[in-house]
Design a protein around this ligand. Structure first.
Ligand code: KIV
Ligand code: NA
Length: 278
């Protein structure tokens, strides 16, 4: 199987074939996602929360993103991997932005980068696209702006905000983005935006009418995430419980000296044993 291309993803939108995306942050998670047949892997800066234990994505550095992207790409060489540009790495000079993009692509091995924001960063999207790097936009609830937004609430509830989000989506498309993530907004708004864009929309907490869906690996698998599952997350497996039970069993058996058992144990020949013990 070969990785998808941006052209194929656009064709999937035209044909009404949903695009599946999941986050992954290292070799095993990316490998399992690829084996499960996911279309696109996102090395999201959500790794700050779910892998590094921060309470937001703001502390995530470009070094963190490169490190995790490299590991994910090693696990999923046949899948289109997108990497997030972390907080404040694309708001200074174009040179500084390109430095960050270059690291994710060259060192990380990503095939595209994702950044948050609308019309105000369209010039940045354009510059990156013109350098030959595919760009994914991200609108609605944009976690890097959490302190400005003032919390995690559903976006674009009134008509003014809705129109602003469409304007932003169109600006991003116009600037050359090949895909846009729509996070935490009503089904109606996401459907309306999806219809008016020619690039695919990927929803998270944005209803079933987007061109595809994305979920965070640790959320959909209940893998060590502290927070109770939110309304827009569906839990498909509880590997956290599986892991806790597995390690608990190991601890019990070591305490009881039932592990290692005979089948896990190496032995000397009897004459050597006799020599040692006399
Ligand atoms: O970082 C991330 O995981 C994301 C997705 C939620 C879209 O940006
Ligand atoms: Na992100």
């Amino acid at each position: 199987k070969k990785p998808l291309t941006t052209a194929k993803m656009r064709k999937m939108k035209e044909d009404g074939v949903p695009i599946t995306m999941v986050t992954a942050y290292d070799y095993p998670s990316a490998k399992l996602a690829e084996e499960a047949g996911v279309d696109v892997i996102l090395v999201g800066d959500s790794l700050g929360n779910v892998v590094l234990g921060y309470d937001s994505t703001l502390p995530v550095t470009i070094d963190d993103m490169v490190y995790h992207t490299r590991a994910a790409v090693r696990g999923a060489g046949n899948t289109f991997v997108v990497a997030d540009l972390p907080f404040l790495t694309y708001h200074g000079s174009i040179d500084a932005t390109m430095e960050a993009v270059g690291r994710l692509m060259r060192e990380g091995g990503a095939k595209a980068v994702k950044l948050e924001g609308g019309a105000e960063i369209a010039h940045t999207v354009k510059a990156i696209t013109q350098a030959g790097v595919p760009v994914v936009g991200h609108l609605g609830l944009t976690p890097q702006s959490v302190h400005q937004i003032g919390g995690f609430r559903v976006q674009g509830r009134n008509s003014e905000q809705a129109k602003k989000l469409l304007t932003d989506a169109k600006a991003i498309e116009e600037a050359g983005a090949f895909m846009v993530v729509l996070e935490l907004m009503t089904d109606e708004l996401a459907a309306w935006i999806t219809k008016q864009l020619s690039i695919p929309t990927i929803g998270i907490g944005a209803g079933v009418n987007c061109d595809g869906q994305v979920l965070v690996f640790h959320d959909l698998l209940q893998y060590g995430s502290d927070s109770a599952p939110r309304k827009f997350v569906k839990t498909y497996a509880n590997i956290g419980e599986t892991i806790r039970n597995g390690i608990g069993e190991y601890v019990k058996e070591v305490k009881a000296r039932t592990f290692p058992a005979q089948e896990n144990t190496f032995h000397m020949d009897n004459d050597v044993v006799q020599y040692l013990y006399g």
